[in-house]
Design a protein around this ligand. Structure first.
Ligand code: SF4
Ligand code: SF4
Length: 85
């Protein structure tokens, strides 16, 4: 009787990893930036890093959530985030 039982396996479905999409575009005004590094420190997702001149550069644009922590804390209004809808 056990021979009459067959097990049907469900089909295997491959799910591609979701592509991260940036939710904000970061613009740095280099002439106004004094290189304090606050924006880099406040970014919760590691979007920014300081270059050799201590100016912020975008190193992981896909991580930007558009939270505005970087531009909110810049004392010189040298960084702006434009929300991407
Ligand atoms: S908006 Fe938020 S996530 Fe994007 S760079 Fe600024 S602090 Fe980081
Ligand atoms: S917080 Fe403003 S002044 Fe300080 S490093 Fe960032 S952009 Fe430059």
């Amino acid at each position: 009787m056990a021979d009459a039982i067959s097990v049907i396996q469900p089909p295997t479905v491959e799910i591609a990893p979701r592509q991260k999409k940036p939710r904000g575009e970061v613009i740095v005004f280099g002439n106004w930036c004094k290189g304090c590094g606050l924006c880099v420190e406040f970014c919760p997702t590691g979007v920014l890093a300081l270059d050799e001149a201590d100016h912020p550069v975008v190193v992981k644009p896909e991580n930007c959530t558009g939270c505005h922590w970087c531009d909110t804390h810049c004392p010189d209004m040298a960084i702006v985030v434009r929300r991407i809808e």
